[in-house]
Design a protein around this ligand. Structure first.
Ligand code: NAG
Ligand code: NAG
Length: 429
């Protein structure tokens, strides 16, 4: 397959407008064929001109640089584990919110960790760089590159015999899909496939633990959401690509005997969180004295989320890695050794909180009177309600969330005020 044709769909503003030929159904087939083949030809030329060898251009990406003896030395050092029973983990999206916390937790207990991150500009890259500094100080090297870069992935698997991949890189956010739909396909589908391709031909084959999302439940109204519930009614493109990821993982499990575990995260929040999430930008706007828009559902009810604190999520991720069985595929030479493990878990908090209550808590913690604007929720991809049934994760991963929203937000606010303090000497980070 020619990957060149997919690379230019890299997140970015430079995007070919789809050409809709003004044909009508009465035209003869031949002319349709001519139109399609010219479009095809034009597209090939277009992509050819637009894409220099590598890396592919993108306004959401910074430059990727990797390779060389010094680089390999850093990779090897970061991947070193303290005992033979420790894991060696490739963490994608390592400078992301969950990626940073998981990488630190793994490193702390003696596992070898290599991060991978493209540092794209979906949200403030300074925050990602600050997280990278924290990781670097803990001894975690974050390779700067894209999961769509098959050569880079092969190089990493050549240099390090990864036992596990913790795949957290993704295009997140529900509403942004209306602005930049292709970035979701690029990261959540094409990127995931590139990673699975590299993993299935690695020797040893790693076990894969990947991030899915509670959004796959979409319009499902049966609560609490159980893993067996229907997930075929996504309400956003984000959700659709996350669901596609689960199906793609299943296919790789079936054909190549990769051990795969999907984790459906429910509204993860906490220190070092993502600025595009409500609790984060509410805090920012409240401190600036701006109005807060709180959505209510079309039937007048409140919108609620099963907010899950980052430390609880990290425990779930480590539980998934620790209980993952080895892949049983053929790697580069051997034979299949029977079916590999295939699992999906909800990682939530089991107690949905109305967004109005989230604002009440922030009001109290920030000690600022909040100006609220209540509006009906627009149909832009958000769902009304999420609520996790976590009994499967409890049983198989030992997962048990212990942080309620107020305690978690207190830690978030403390971090936020510290990190964004104008008095703070930023070089500390
Ligand atoms: C939660 O999921 C388990 C299966 O994992 C199921 O047995 C149980 O009935 C579910 N609980 C509720 C309240 O739906
Ligand atoms: C901030 O950090 C820089 C670099 O470490 C240092 O030179 C400077 O004196 C610091 N400023 C304050 C106010 O601490």
């Amino acid at each position: 397959m020619d990957t060149k044709n997919t690379s230019p769909s890299t997140p970015g503003k430079l995007k070919p407008e789809k050409y809709h030929p003004p044909y009508n159904i009465h035209r003869i087939r031949l002319s349709k064929l001519t139109i399609y083949s010219s479009i095809f030809l034009a597209l090939i030329i277009f992509f050819f001109i637009l894409s220099p060898p590598s890396p592919s251009p993108s306004s959401l990406k910074t430059h990727n640089s990797w390779g060389g003896p010094a680089w390999e030395k850093r990779v090897t050092k970061s991947a070193r584990r303290t005992s033979a029973s420790s894991l060696t983990v490739l963490v994608t999206g390592a400078s992301g919110f969950v990626g940073t916390h998981v990488s630190l937790a793994l490193k702390r207990r003696g596992d070898g960790v290599i991060g991978l991150d493209n540092f794209n500009r979906y949200y403030d890259p300074n925050l990602k760089r600050a997280r990278q500094k924290v990781l670097s100080r803990a001894g975690v090297f974050v390779v700067e590159g894209d999961i769509n870069d098959a050569n880079l992935l092969h190089k990493l698997f050549d240099v390090v015999p990864f036992t596990h991949v913790m795949h957290l890189a993704a295009q997140a956010g529900v509403r942004y899909a209306m602005q930049n739909p292709n970035s979701y396909i690029h990261s959540n589908i094409a990127g995931f496939v590139t990673l699975l391709e590299a993993s299935k031909s690695a020797n040893p084959q790693p076990a894969i633990v990947y991030a899915s999302s509670s959004s796959v439940y979409g319009l499902n109204s049966k609560v609490p959401f159980s893993e067996k519930d229907r997930t075929d009614q996504p309400a956003s493109l984000y959700a659709a690509t996350k669901k596609a990821g689960e199906e793609i993982a299943h296919a790789y499990n079936h054909i190549y005997c990769l051990s795969v575990t999907g984790l459906r995260f429910f509204t993860v929040y906490g220190p070092w969180g993502r600025p595009d999430m409500a609790y984060f930008f509410f805090t920012k706007d409240i401190l600036k004295g701006k109005h807060i828009t709180v959505f209510e559902s079309p039937d007048g009810g409140s919108v609620a989320r099963d907010f899950t604190y980052i430390d609880d999520i990290v425990k779930g991720c480590l539980g998934a890695l620790d209980t993952a069985k080895k892949s049983t595929g053929f790697g580069v030479d051997g034979k299949k050794k029977g079916n590999a493990q295939y699992r999906i878990f909800n990682l939530g908090n089991t107690s949905p909180v109305p967004v109005t209550e989230l604002v009440d808590i922030l009001e109290k913690l920030l000690n600022v009177k909040v100006k609220r604007k209540v509006m009906p929720m627009p149909r832009n991809g958000d769902v009304k309600f999420t609520h996790a049934n976590i009994s499967r994760a409890q049983k198989e991963l030992g997962y048990m969330p212990t942080t309620d929203l107020e305690s978690g937000l207190k830690k978030f606010v403390r971090w936020y005020l510290d990190f964004y303090s104008p008095l703070k000497n930023k070089s500390v980070w």
